[in-house]
Design a protein around this ligand. Sequence first.
Ligand SMILES: Cc1cc2nc3c(=O)[nH]c(=O)nc-3n(C[C@H](O)[C@H](O)[C@H](O)COP(=O)(O)OP(=O)(O)OC[C@H]3O[C@@H](n4cnc5c(N)ncnc54)[C@H](O)[C@@H]3O)c2cc1C
Length: 288
Amino acid sequence: MKITELIRKKKQLLSFEFFPPKKVENDHILFETIDDLKGFSPDFVSITYGAGGSTKDKTISWTVKLQKDYKIETMMHLTCITSEENEIKLILDELYTNGVENILALRGDYPKDGVDYKISTEFKFASDLVRAINIDGRFCIGVAGYPEGHIEASDIYSDIDNLKRKLDAGGSFIITQLFFDNRYFYNYLELLHKKGINVPVFAGIMPITSFSQVERFKKMCGVDIPDNLINLLSDKSEDDTFKIGVDYAISQCEDLLKNNVSGLHFYTLNRSDATKIILNSLGHFNCE
Ligand SMILES: Cc1cc2nc3c(=O)[nH]c(=O)nc-3n(C[C@H](O)[C@H](O)[C@H](O)COP(=O)(O)OP(=O)(O)OC[C@H]3O[C@@H](n4cnc5c(N)ncnc54)[C@H](O)[C@@H]3O)c2cc1C
């Protein structure tokens, strides 16, 4: 089922993001996580696409497996920065034949130094990919949004102009980058509305479960970690850090739900422990 149809049926959606394990011997971890989380009846789950298409086959195979065998609505992430149109066409055909109807269309990050890759001559931005996918209307397309602005963007306004290009090309909903201060999210929604963007925006949630993540998130995604959270987390044991990070995410989610967020999208990192505690604490997930 297309996510746009789920949006019509429910007020607030719940989704989980997984990545395809690198090694087959770790597949069981993802299977266990999915088994652990499926009791929360996610509206859909998503499978990431490794930088530069590095996990292409595994991403497709996990997406198809979850959609067909597990009968969970699955959205595949697809990046275009190192792909040409023929390759994208083949991937789309394979997905469609196997009942996958939802794609998160992304530009992707440039692969790390030392990795051999060729930049696409046909796709420069995610909007180019959205246009190519939308050509025959087979798929429901989601796009990425950045409440604090994309790391390469000169400012949030130009980034929102570019987000609009993705929606005008055929994107139907937005999933955000993780954030730790809801004020960024609410301010973003306001800016989107001013720009005439009224599609659902799902909030990307990732609880901090270890102190090393603080610097990593700042550097990788350019997100602001509020001082009060950093103060709470510093010099704490592993167990306390986990508890503080999860409690913080619970308050964040409670506030978002109260303020009618269209959906919560959990970056699970293939682990169920933090997400489970958060969802149990939120109680009944509002799904009228
Ligand atoms: C929910 C979510 C899931 C993700 N999943 C993955 C994944 O599975 N695999 C992966 O590799 N990465 C993933 N990413 C990361 C993403 O690929 C990177 O953030 C990447 O740098 C940008 O991708 P995009 O689709 O937002 O690009 P775009 O929308 O193309 O934007 C990239 C930059 O270009 C600018 N821009 C866009 N259009 C124009 C234009 N016409 N002219 C000038 N500038 C323009 C934008 O403002 C922005 O700064 C994910 C991100 C999010 C938020």
